[in-house]
Structure formats: C-alpha cells, structure tokens
Write a protein that binds this ligand. Structure first.
Ligand code: CA
Length: 224
C-alpha cells in the first residue's frame, strides 16, 4: 500500500516515513501542496494521502479540496493545532480523518488501516445487490450512489456512513453506534465528526431532509 506524505517539516517527515516503512507501507514524500495534489491526481495515485495543513506554498485546506474535487482517495489531514482541526471538520473538506500533532506512528497506522478498510472491504454476499430506497440507490459492490439517474460522488467515509444508515432505513442510529461501525477507531474521533460527514452527505444528495437528526441521539434515513 502506498502512502503519499505531504509534509514540509523534514524532522516530522523522516520520522513518519521511517515508521510507516517499518509498518510495511511504501511512502512517497513531497514537501509542497502543489507536488502533493499533482501526485495524488497523477497517473499512479497513492492509496492514502497524509496531508499536513501548514505547507509553504499553498493552504492545505485548498489542497484537500482540490484533490477531493476529482478523487475519492482517502485523505487524512494532519495539523499542529486543535483549532485548525475544528476548522477542518467545520469546512467539510471531504477529508476522511484528521490527526493533531504530536501523534505516534501506531495511532497513524491504525487510522490508515481504518480508512483503507472502509474503501476496500470485501462486501459480504448480501451486499452485492444494489439497494433502492425511494430515489436513492446504493451499489455497495461498486461503491456508487445515485439519486434518480444522477451519480453522487461521496468519499469513502461518507459512503460507509450512508450505507450504514441504509442498512435499516427508518431506524435511528446513535452517534456512538455510527462512530463504532464506520470509524472503528472511535477512541480518536468525536460525535462532531459524524455531524460533519452527515452535513456533507446531505449537501451532496441534494435532499437534506432524507437524513433526519434526532437531537442529542443520532440520525435516521427517512426517504418518502
Ligand atoms: Ca508544516
């Protein structure tokens, strides 16, 4: 599995590269936002992008958006400041996960495994059928979502979240349950993460009312 590491700090980059290689990953390291987006969107794209927000040439938020505009590669955003992470969540950049510095390689590896499991998990037999709920169609095998005839491009995490809600349409799923089932590194993410991803899905499907919030509890899919 190949990781694109976009990080300008040489000490952080060499520590992470060494740790990731020891854990069995291939690492391609670049130091600028432009190189990062070029490589991520290039002919031989990585399996995961690890993106530092503080880059010398460009705003990391912008790089994240640019990659996400045309690619569904899992993106893990890294920041030195917690308030930046709050902004990431609030901005709905389409990142799949985020980490605040300092963090250990073990934690990072757990996150990488979690985001790639969501993208590549082998679907059990019952997941091979496309599921239709009203105008919404979810094809789990191909990881594609349609509203009517129009395809909706979700990130791996958004896809997993929507298909989890769709497993039991009408039922309220608690935030804690969604965290466990979709993220499985629930130790590190907060209910706010669920809300941010739900907001992104609502916007993309163009029918915000299809995902109903139960205040203080969770969410349910309600497609008339
Ligand atoms: Ca930096």
């Amino acid at each position: 599995m190949r990781i694109l590491l976009v990080e300008d700090d040489p000490a952080v980059a060499s520590g992470l590269s060494d740790g990731l290689r020891l854990a069995g990953f291939e690492v391609h390291h670049v130091t600028t936002g432009n190189e990062g987006s070029q490589y991520a969107l290039g002919a031989n794209p990585p399996d995961v992008v690890l993106l530092d927000l503080g880059l010398p040439d460009r705003d990391g938020y912008d790089v994240c958006r640019e990659i996400r505009a045309t690619s569904s590669v899992p993106i893990i955003v890294v920041s030195a400041r917690d308030d930046e992470i709050d902004r990431v969540v609030g901005l709905e950049l389409g990142a799949d996960d985020y980490l605040s510095k300092p963090f250990g390689v073990r934690e990072l590896v757990a996150r990488i495994r979690a985001v790639t499991r969501r993208t590549t998990s082998d679907a059990p037999g019952d997941k091979h059928e496309a599921q239709h709920i009203g105008q919404l169609m979810i094809d789990r095998r191909a990881q594609r979502v349609f509203v009517g005839d129009e395809e909706i491009h979700l990130t791996a995490t958004e896809f997993e979240l929507l298909s989890t809600l769709a497993e039991d349409p009408g039922a309220v799923l608690r935030r804690t349950e969604l965290l466990e089932r979709v993220w499985d590194t629930a130790l590190y993410v907060t209910p706010k993460t669920v809300d941010a991803h739900i907001a992104a899905i609502r916007k993309k499907i163009g029918h915000p009312e299809w995902i109903e919030s139960k205040r203080g509890v969770g969410f349910r899919l309600d497609i008339a």
